[in-house]
Design a protein around this ligand. Structure first.
Ligand code: HEC
Ligand code: HEC
Length: 478
């Protein structure tokens, strides 16, 4: 037989080409549909719900496919400290909500889970271990452990069982995947998620050489190392999450514990980058809505009884000992007090450098927004004390569990205590930090570890006991 006889007829060739093209287009379309298709973001009627659940732009770059996010705690429970799934990392669900506070669910192709400001900036408080939590919007979270949250995903991705064969049946248990969807999860989404997580783990290498930060704290290094690509200088940037309410009262403040920027818009935008969005993905309108709402957001009132007569006596003690810095008309409020005057742990202030400020100020020059007010300082800002009862543990690194302990000589303050429990200790004014319940899924903060020092700020520690008690009562009213 001559070879020309085995050649398909030209129309057959055309048909084959056509069929292949259709297949390629169908696969490309499904790929785009499952991985990149943008649908309108979920909108929320109230600014409160917007703050708690709306996207700020983290899903596309750092989001985890929703169904994988749902099944990982069930597949790898041994990588969490107790059986409570994500709640053991300090996440809290409101009744009737699909996602915990601070987690967003948006479709970039498939549904993806991102995080927003509320994951760190919403606190909870309970009167007793049996009470339901009250949510404190704008308060520092005392429970969420961001480090363990990311480490959980890295550990899952490193587990040899992180395969379609292990993950898909668990997804099917909740959600029927069509044949095509299933193939996409098997060949693209699951392998890609694993690779992305392993790459992210590399970017978080610096974390292996730093003390654990634990519940309610973070390290500032991601901004320097991951956003700005500065070399790892070994510095420890452990820091407590701050309250972000009442911004109108903070108009003339320097922001961040070390006062590195006086402009709220710059602080909000840079916080969004630190949360995991990028200049391309950042959702400016969403952030503007949050910033506007923070202007008037009031601090939460102390939820237990206050002895008002005692508080009135305490106000005098405050005027005499604290108001020169923290008083509403003090010129020092919102300004940086040098390290040699405040003597608290120097690591956080030393961590931020001129190179980091220059990096930030040159970071987003190609965009209509950007930064030009970052600076380096050598101390800590005199903070406003509004809602101070809800901001325990205290000082910039959260190294002092209660207000009573802050009014105790540094050498007599607790050397170790547990963070991450939200039952309130009305006697000492802070969260319970010693009982067995507090230890269950809590983090033991050791003040002898670098960045955790509880020295300094010894104002009021010499007062007589009755004055201290009156002052504590007054502080509850702020
Ligand atoms: C991973 C936890 C985390 C997330 C997410 C987060 N923050 Fe923060 N935020 C912090 C910490 C920690 C600080 C204090 C850092 C420091 O300066 O030491 C802070 C400080 C701030 C401050 C400065 C407060 C002051 O009085 O100086 C503002 C404002 C703020 N955050 C707003 C936001 C906004 C808006 C978002 C979302 C775009 C956000 N944060 C997301 C942890 C977080
Ligand atoms: C000389 C100025 C000055 C005086 C006086 C002063 N403070 Fe402070 N205070 C600061 C500075 C600065 C910080 C931040 C220190 C840090 O975080 O390392 C601070 C932090 C605090 C905090 C922790 C805030 C938080 O969010 O963790 C509390 C509470 C506080 N002060 C209460 C008081 C009380 C009560 C008095 C009076 C007995 C007082 N301060 C006197 C400057 C002062």
């Amino acid at each position: 037989m001559s070879s020309s006889e085995t050649q398909p007829k030209p129309w057959k060739k055309l048909l084959i080409i056509l069929a292949i093209s259709i297949l390629v287009i169908a696969i490309a379309f499904t790929g785009w549909y499952s991985l990149a298709r943008r649908t309108p973001l979920t909108t929320y009627d109230t600014p409160e719900d917007h703050f708690k659940y709306a996207s700020i732009g983290t899903e596309a770059v750092n989001g985890i496919p929703y169904w994988i996010w749902v099944v990982l705690p069930r597949l790898f429970p041994e990588k969490l400290t107790d059986s409570g799934g994500y709640t053991s990392l300090g996440l809290t669900w409101e009744e009737g909500r699909e996602m915990p506070i601070g987690l967003t669910k948006e479709s970039i192709g498939i549904a993806r889970v991102g995080i927003n400001c509320a994951i760190c900036h919403v606190g909870t408080v309970r009167k007793t271990p049996l009470s339901n939590p009250s949510f404190l919007l704008g308060a520092p979270s005392n429970k969420f452990d961001v480090q363990r949250y990311v480490q959980f995903f890295f550990e899952c991705a490193n587990d040899p069982r992180f395969t379609p064969g292990f993950i898909l049946p668990e997804i099917e248990y909740n959600h029927h995947l069509s044949l095509l969807e299933s193939a996409f999860y098997r060949y693209i989404i699951i392998p890609r998620t694993k690779n992305t997580l392993l790459k992210q783990e590399e970017a978080f290498q610096w974390m292996n050489n730093r003390p654990d930060t634990g519940s309610g704290r973070t390290d500032m290094n991601p901004l320097k190392i991951q956003v700005l690509n500065l070399p790892d200088d070994g510095s420890v940037g452990s820091t407590d999450i701050m309250a972000i309410w009442n911004q109108k009262q903070r108009e003339a403040f320097y922001y961040h514990s070390d006062g590195i920027n006086p402009d709220l818009t710059e602080v909000v935008l840079s916080s969004a980058l630190g949360t995991g969005t990028t200049p391309k993905e950042i959702n400016l309108a969403s952030l503007e809505r949050i910033q506007e709402w923070l202007q008037e957001l009031p601090p939460p009132a102390y939820p237990f009884a206050i002895n008002l007569d005692l508080a009135e006596q305490g106000e005098k003690v405050f005027e005499a000992n604290c108001a020169s810095c923290h008083g509403l008309d003090s010129t020092r409020r919102g300004q940086v007090l040098p390290l040699e005057e405040i003597n608290t742990d120097p690591n956080r202030a030393n961590h931020w450098t001129q190179a980091a400020s220059d990096g930030m100020n040159n970071y987003a020059t190609k965009y209509p927004w950007g930064f030009n007010q970052f600076r380096d300082t050598d101390g800590y800002v005199v903070p406003a004390l509004d809602g101070i009862w809800a901001r325990a543990p205290y000082l910039h690194n959260g190294s002092v569990p209660s207000l009573k302990d802050l009014l105790t000589k540094p050498s007599d303050r607790p050397k170790q205590f547990y963070r991450g429990y939200d039952v309130y200790d009305q006697k000492n004014v802070g969260f319970v930090s010693t009982t067995e319940a507090a230890t269950k899924s809590s983090f033991l903060l050791d003040t002898t570890i670098q960045g955790n020092g509880n020295s300094g700020h010894d104002f009021g520690t010499d007062l007589k006991l009755s004055d201290k008690n009156a002052l504590l009562e007054y502080l509850k009213t702020l």
